[in-house]
Design a protein. Structure first.
Length: 144
């Protein structure tokens, strides 16, 4: 049969040598709260001088030039056939030289080789025509 015996000498209980950390945690939390309160609030604001009022309305609408590229590589400028690449580049150079450039809408056929479209885009970029966009991309969407 078992008997309970004291674990210490002379019947005294063992001395607990672990430190009580509860007061230390309380002091640390108080110091943390004091540190948070004393930190200045930083604002991340950028000062900008913005114009006041509405912007002036655009009086003149930009001219729109439509370049069509057919399936066989034939290029049309506003519906008129352009005979060769040099004539197209001359027209693109005129558009690029204007102070207010015309908007160029490039409408390639669905079956045209990409090299023909890329050649027109490269010529426009090289000559400085910056307002160019490819339109009619809905023809490339898959049908459901």
């Amino acid at each position: 049969m078992g008997m309970n015996t004291p674990s210490g000498r002379d019947g005294e209980p063992d001395v607990v040598v672990d430190i009580n950390t509860t007061p230390l945690i309380d002091v640390m939390l108080v110091l943390l709260i004091m540190l948070i309160i004393t930190i200045p609030i930083q604002t991340h604001a950028i000062k900008m001088n913005l114009p006041v009022g509405n912007p002036p309305a655009s009086i003149t609408q930009p001219e729109v030039v439509q370049i069509d590229i057919d399936f066989d590589g034939t290029t049309k400028w506003n519906g008129q056939i352009v005979p060769d690449r040099a004539a197209l580049e001359a027209r693109l150079a005129r558009v690029a030289a204007e102070p207010v450039q015309a908007e160029i809408h490039l409408l390639p056929n669905k079956q045209v080789p990409y090299k023909d479209v890329a050649a027109v885009l490269a010529s426009a970029q090289r000559l400085g025509a910056t307002k160019i966009g490819v339109i009619g991309d809905e023809q490339y969407m898959p049908e459901h």
